[in-house]
Design a protein around this ligand. Structure first.
Ligand SMILES: [Fe+2]
Ligand SMILES: [Fe+2]
Length: 261
């Protein structure tokens, strides 16, 4: 289960409840929260977020920080302890990973204390994660960043992750299949090889805002369920949208994702 941009502090209670129910029904092996866990990085917001993550039904839970999880107004804390509240809630690791026989998931911290909104991936991060990708024998390999490596509209260009060109080439050559992201609150799934001239096919998988009031026009609260069929090796990304009349998440678009083998 890929969820993003929960923005606790401006969450919708009824959507939080519905998402916990979806996780209970679907019981994903792993839940990945790709940043903007809170609205302002405050400790009371992280307490709400932690309660939610603890209540999610999933074999493993990986939580990455986003730009909203760094304090905005408390400059001292922003410069000297930007991740204090995040770490108190979710542990010291800001780049959580998961690996089993089927799945490799590498979280990349793209937030920087000096840049409040913009995200960056460094060449050192690309080198380290590419090495992990190359070594892994997992069937499906994912990298997770908060800011997107690809956007579909002109208005979102400024939200693109800095360092993405080097990262896309490096990760593609190293065998990544999907790059999960959030930040723009606009879900989509897109193949990147032809668009970016990559050596192998890589898919961008963007999640909407899971439970917050900060939805964009035409994009209700949503999450992604990524399914891997062990028999056929087929992969599918299902978007599930919050449906207000039934107060539940319901299936939206499903995209068959052809893995480059
Ligand atoms: Fe966000
Ligand atoms: Fe963000």
């Amino acid at each position: 289960m890929h969820l993003s941009d929960t923005h606790f502090g401006v969450e919708r209670d009824e959507v939080v409840t519905a998402l916990l129910q979806l996780s209970e029904q679907q019981r994903p092996d792993v839940a990945v929260l790709s940043g903007d866990v809170t609205q302002r990085g405050r400790s009371d917001e992280f307490r709400l977020a932690k309660r939610f993550v603890d209540a999610l039904t999933a074999g493993r839970k990986l939580v990455l920080p986003g730009n909203h999880d760094i304090p905005l107004y408390d400059l001292g804390r922003r410069l000297f302890a930007p991740y204090l509240n995040h770490r108190r809630a979710f542990g010291p690791d800001l780049e959580p990973e998961h690996e089993d026989d089927r799945l490799l998931i590498l979280g990349i911290r793209t937030t920087r204390r000096y840049r409040h909104v913009d995200g960056t991936v460094s060449s050192a991060q690309v080198a380290r994660s590419s090495e992990r990708l190359r070594r892994s024998k997992a069937i499906l390999k994912l990298v997770v960043t908060h800011q997107p490596v690809h956007v579909q509209s002109e208005v979102d260009q400024h939200n693109l992750l800095r360092g993405r060109d080097t990262a896309l080439r490096g990760w593609s050559a190293a065998g990544v299949d999907l790059i999960l992201g959030g930040h723009i609150h606009l879900p989509f799934v897109a193949p990147l090889r032809a668009l970016h001239g990559l050596p192998r096919e890589v898919w961008a998988v963007q999640a909407g805002t899971a439970v917050s009031r900060r939805t964009r026009p035409g994009a209700p609260n949503s999450v992604n369920l990524i399914r891997l069929d062990d028999g056929t090796g087929q992969c599918c990304v299902e978007r599930w949208d919050y449906d207000a009349p039934t107060a539940a998440f319901v299936p939206g678009a499903a995209t068959a994702v052809a893995l480059d083998r």
